[in-house]
Design a protein around this ligand. Structure first.
Ligand SMILES: C[S@@+](CC[C@H](N)C(=O)[O-])C[C@H]1O[C@@H](n2cnc3c(N)ncnc32)[C@H](O)[C@@H]1O
Length: 267
């Protein structure tokens, strides 16, 4: 299946992502938020997954100062973690991305998985930038204590802390560990989304979209699955482009976003 044709904004395409990106203009995407198949953990209706080519094309289509958020975990086989996510992060550097941050997506509710190890409750969110990020709108959270307090200022030579009146701020920038509830009611309340086996939380996509883009920017997901990234881009007044190799998932994404057949380009 070779993708041909023009690419329109706010459209989800049925296409292999390499073919699709090769048809995209270079330096055209502000932010990609995507999650690839993790090793061979799940079968998504059959696909070919050429990671290196995907990384190279992602670099080409990303604008200078643009960001790719790569949400990924590792398979454990015979008691050995694959660490393929590490290999991928290193290859992203080789193709020219900066590893701007390694963030953690912590899952609030995870089933017990292994009898001889602690339950894994996180995945990586590699935040890759093409040069220095052109947009950063830091998300904030309320602080526990705020207002004016006498606070330690400078330790004197005798070891005694001098205290001065200081203002504690009402809010602070988030850390790089983000926690989300997963599954139905957590990741999303769209029943149709869960016809896909690996939906990531809407809030996760939204938090990255708000952090790394402004209204009107272009958000891309080359492996869009149930359409989470596009839904949150649309709700936050960003433009989106996406594709998935599975026609079945593209139809799910269409239903989820309430797109018309015309906006959904099954090729
Ligand atoms: C982890 S899922 C993405 C789930 C998505 N983030 C969501 O919230 O629904 C990975 C997706 O990659 C798609 N995929 C795998 N190989 C692909 C390829 N070569 N081109 C495009 N999509 C591909 C699969 O069909 C699957 O839907």
């Amino acid at each position: 299946m070779r993708f041909t044709g023009t690419i329109k904004l706010n459209t989800i395409y049925h296409a292999d992502c390499i073919d699709f990106m090769q048809a995209m203009e270079e330096n055209s995407v502000d932010l990609t938020v995507t999650s690839p198949p993790y090793d061979e953990l799940r079968h998504y209706n059959g696909y070919e997954f050429d990671f290196m080519k995907i990384a190279e094309e992602l670099f080409r289509v990303t604008k200078q100062g643009g960001i790719v958020v790569w949400v990924v975990g590792d398979k454990v086989k015979n008691g050995n973690r694959s660490l393929n996510s590490f290999r991928q992060a290193l290859y992203f550097q080789e193709v020219g991305f900066n590893v701007h941050d390694v963030m953690i997506y912590r899952k609030k509710n995870t089933p017990f998985m292994r009898s001889n190890a602690y339950t894994n409750c996180f995945e990586f969110m590699y935040v890759l930038s093409k040069g220095s990020p052109k947009t950063f709108n830091p998300l904030k959270e309320a602080t526990v204590r705020n207002g004016f307090e006498m606070l330690p200022h400078n330790k004197r030579a005798d070891g005694v802390n001098k205290k001065i009146l200081k203002e504690l701020k009402k809010e602070k920038t988030l850390t790089n560990i983000w926690e989300y509830a997963v599954g139905w009611g957590g990741s999303s309340t769209d029943k149709v989304a869960f016809k896909h086996p690996a939906v990531f939380p809407e809030k996760l996509a939204e938090d990255h979209i708000l952090s790394w883009t402004n209204e009107g920017d272009i958000v891309f997901d080359p492996m869009v699955g149930s359409g989470t990234t596009c839904k949150m881009a649309k709700l936050n007044h960003r433009k989106y482009i996406a594709c998935d190799v599975s026609e079945e998932y593209v139809v799910i994404a269409e239903q989820r976003l309430g797109l018309s057949k015309k906006q959904l380009a099954l090729v």
